[in-house]
Write a protein that binds this ligand. Structure first.
Ligand SMILES: O=C(O)CCC(=O)C(=O)O
Length: 316
């Protein structure tokens, strides 16, 4: 496991989760969220039907096609990096917390970051409909493909020396057609390269193509499996060209007690043999950390989330 990861900077591990026992509660949880949103948007006259009889992906796709509503934040497990308001939506539930603390996932994380495992708050839920359906006004990395980046590039300098592991997990099978990730094998052996703000297909950061030295490869992953990545591995997502959604979570783990690179957001101790009492084990305590961060951020201008300037030479 480690040899391939060390050599190529990424690794797919299959069958980490039991699809029925581990992933189905998450699917049901999100279905309930969509149900509540559909009822609300229908009662507000934003959609003509709640589409209650459609399966999750088709229901969401139909609602988006009809309304163009900005839905991504309602399902995300992070606050946005822009202005935060007291009522900014964030999806914090027991089923998601169980996923973040899943024994087999933490066993894998432990291989890479050591026994004291901290859940880094750079994390997202991305539910992406067919890309052609997303109106320009709603485009962001939660709902359309993201550009080439290294995960260290989306953190502040404080994270430079921290061995953060990215764990990307599909809830629907991730294929080339529906927009799985692509990686540049071996790119983690190089340095952090310049990321240009606002140049990605999602309006976010992107590495200029002249700095991508080697040919990328697509990495399909079946649900139940995970894709592990080094913090310097260059990667991007492909566009969703299918007729249904592509749904994933991306999580990060690191050793406890080191900077996360996103100090405005809360992480938590996921596993601690040396101090078990420091672990957060109740999802409500985890959710409260985010609600507290939201209250704090909503009084302030957004902090600096990364180190990049638009006028860098490589961005010209
Ligand atoms: O899921 C995606 O489309 C992008 C995920 C990603 O780039 C990441 O987790 O760093």
């Amino acid at each position: 496991m480690m040899a391939k990861f060390n050599d190529e900077g990424y690794l797919v591990v299959e069958n980490v989760f039991d699809v029925d026992a581990d992933l189905q509660p998450v699917v049901e949880d999100y279905a309930a969220t969509l149900d509540a949103l559909a009822e609300q948007w229908h009662s507000e006259g934003k959609i003509s039907d709640t589409y209650r009889n459609l399966p999750f992906g088709q229901r969401l796709t139909r609602i988006i096609a009809e309304s163009g509503l900005n839905w991504g934040q309602h399902f995300d497990i992070s606050l946005p990096q822009g202005q935060v308001y007291p009522d900014t939506p964030i999806h914090l539930t027991e089923s998601v917390f169980n996923l973040l603390r899943h024994e087999r996932l933490l066993d894998i994380a432990e291989h890479f970051v050591g026994p004291e495992v901290y859940s880094n708050p750079i994390q997202h839920t991305r539910i992406k409909p067919p890309e052609h359906m997303v109106p320009d006004s709603a485009k962001n990395g939660l709902v359309v493909r993201v550009g080439w980046h290294q995960d260290l590039g989306v953190a502040t300098e404080a994270q430079n020396e921290v061995p953060v592991l990215t764990v990307w997990m599909p809830i629907t099978d991730a294929t080339v057609e529906n927009g799985c990730l692509a990686v540049v094998p071996g790119s983690h052996k190089g340095d952090l390269v310049t990321h240009c703000p606002g140049s990605g297909p999602d309006g976010g950061l992107q590495i200029p193509s002249k700095l991508i030295a080697r040919k990328p490869v697509p990495v399909p992953v079946k649900r139940g499996g995970v894709l592990l990545m080094h913090r310097l591995t260059m990667h991007a997502s492909l566009a969703n060209k299918s007729k249904d959604i592509r749904w994933s979570f991306d999580l990060r783990y690191q050793p406890t007690g080191q900077p996360t690179g996103r100090p405005a957001f809360p992480g938590f101790v996921a596993r601690s043999p040396s101090n078990p009492a420091s672990e957060i084990t109740d999802w409500r305590d985890w959710a409260q950390l985010w609600y507290d961060a939201r209250a704090q951020l909503s009084h302030n201008v957004p902090p600096q989330f990364n180190r990049w300037a638009k006028d860098a030479v490589a961005c010209a």
